[in-house]
Write a protein that binds this ligand. Structure first.
Ligand SMILES: *Cc1c(COP(=O)(O)O)cnc(C)c1O
Length: 461
């Protein structure tokens, strides 16, 4: 750390000057926030020199650990050339090379890459492109293709367009006056299905409702937007197997563009490079961000097809150009980091090694199911997709009743997990497991063991 400052000073200034995202400041200090000054491999190092396994990959973006030599070197080398220059009407070598590599890795047919700086913008770029696309190809009767279909429980980011698509009451309802309306499909939250309904019945109802909404609104839908495989911030909620391919089939039939928000599940998290590949699907838009630079720098990409791109061609004065761009679009440092990340994927055969880690995580999680808690409290549901999982804690397992949010049980469990050397951040009472892809087997054991310790401590009978 910078030895000139003590922990007490830094904490006082943190309280005085920093407004933290997604953080209730009335309890922030009492919940012992970490003050991180360094990172090494899969560990975060705090101001007192304590090391914690980074169990949520620094909010889901750290791919191969901290101070990863190859990425550090790539960023340093890039600094010797240039940090940033604009992509508006101009080019840069790093972004060219990255766009080429991404299209080679992406599902076939995704041949064009539009860069931005974060997940929210990656999604909004897809939306705006889709809207303009339909105007320029004369889509829908009388150009009516202007609406989006999104899911309950969806999370696509925090800017206004992304929030409009979002389906999480707690995060999104306040902003309703600012938002555009989306056609809302139900959430695949089958753990919360009505009592008396089987899981199979719930899945069937979910698919039928989706199908019905799509055909009902087909003429006015520009896009269907989804997080393929698993809804992340909505509570780590998995879609039924085969639904990703089904959504492609249905949207194709009705000529609706399909947007995959792979901001969380892309870049290996799903077990494949992209979740779309798990069901052999090519969407019309593929959004990637979080893991793209290995968790180093803000960079995002929206991939799309020739069909979409070509609708934007025309003489400049026709106004078919895509008028959207950010100052730091295609930032060279970010692209250099991303290229190094792709090199690691290749050289370390990362994707090939993932199935064994995913299975290891699954085996470890299985042990958690019957961790004893007071009364019938404990683990209600465990949901895993690739190397991501959510452990939903409930006050009563037979009725699936949750805890009073005021108890902040999820937060307490994560705090207790720190005693076992692991840093975690929950989503309400869902404990999130989202380690770097390079995590080792013994660290997976430590990670799940720490959750077990946390549950035992907080929910002890
Ligand atoms: C995190 C996330 C986003 C938003 O990304 P930011 O970089 O935070 O704007 C969008 N979609 C999904 C699925 C995410 O997990």
């Amino acid at each position: 750390m910078d030895e000139a400052y003590t922990r007490e000073q830094l904490e006082a200034w943190d309280d005085a000057y920093v407004w933290h995202p997604f953080t209730p400041h009335s309890v922030y200090r009492t919940e012992d926030p970490l003050l991180i000054v360094a990172g090494e491999d899969h560990y975060l190092i705090d101001v007192d020199g304590n090391r914690y396994l980074d169990g949520v990959a620094s909010i889901w973006c750290n791919t191969f650990g901290h101070q990863r030599q190859e990425i550090d070197d790539a960023v340093r080398e890039q600094l010797n050339r240039i940090a940033h220059s604009t992509l508006l009407g101009n080019a840069g070598d790093r972004s060219i090379l990255l766009a080429k590599r991404l299209t080679e890795l992406a599902p076939p047919g995704l041949t064009k890459v539009f860069f931005s700086d974060n997940g929210s913008t990656a999604v909004e770029v897809a939306l705006k492109m889709a809207l303009q696309f339909w105007q320029q190809v004369g889509g829908g009767e009388g150009g009516r293709k202007t609406k989006c279909l999104a899911f309950t429980g969806a999370y696509h980011g925090d800017t206004v367009g992304a929030v409009s698509l979002g389906g999480i009451e707690l995060f999104h309802s306040r902003f309703r006056p600012l938002l555009f309306e989306a056609v809302r499909a139900p959430s695949p939250q089958f753990y919360r299905r009505p009592s008396g309904q089987t899981r199979e019945e719930a899945e069937l109802e979910f698919v039928e409702t989706f199908d019905r909404l799509v055909s009902l609104h087909a003429d006015e839908l520009a896009v269907v937007v989804m997080e393929p495989g698993m809804q992340g911030a909505g509570g780590m909620i998995t879609y039924p197997d085969g639904f990703v391919a089904h959504a492609r089939e249905v949207t194709r039939r009705h000529d609706i563009l399909l947007v995959f928000d792979e901001v969380a599940m892309g870049m290996g998290r799903s077990g494949a490079m992209f979740a779309a590949e798990r069901e052999n699907v090519t969407p019309d838009f593929l959004c990637v961000a979080k893991g793209l630079t290995g968790g180093y720098l803000p960079l995002a990409a929206t991939l799309t097809t020739e069909r979409v791109y070509e609708a934007f061609l025309g003489r400049p004065e026709e106004g078919r150009t895509f008028f959207h761009g950010h100052t730091y679009t295609g930032n060279a440092l970010g692209c250099a980091a991303a290229l190094a990340v792709l090199d690691i994927f290749e050289r370390d055969s990362v994707i090939e090694k993932l199935p064994a880690k995913i299975q290891k995580l699954s085996n470890e999680l299985e042990r958690l199911r019957d961790t004893p808690g007071r009364a019938d409290a404990g683990v209600g549901d465990i949901r895993q997709y690739g190397l991501a999982a959510g452990i939903e804690l409930v006050a009563d397992r037979s009725s699936r009743r949750g805890f009073d949010p005021a108890e902040r049980v999820g937060m307490q469990v994560c705090r207790a997990a720190r005693e076992a050397g692991v840093f975690l951040r929950p989503l309400g009472d869902v404990i999130v497991i989202m380690p770097p892809l390079s995590i080792r087997d013994d660290e997976i054991e430590t990670l799940v063991g720490a959750v077990e310790h946390g549950i035992q401590k907080v929910l002890a009978p």
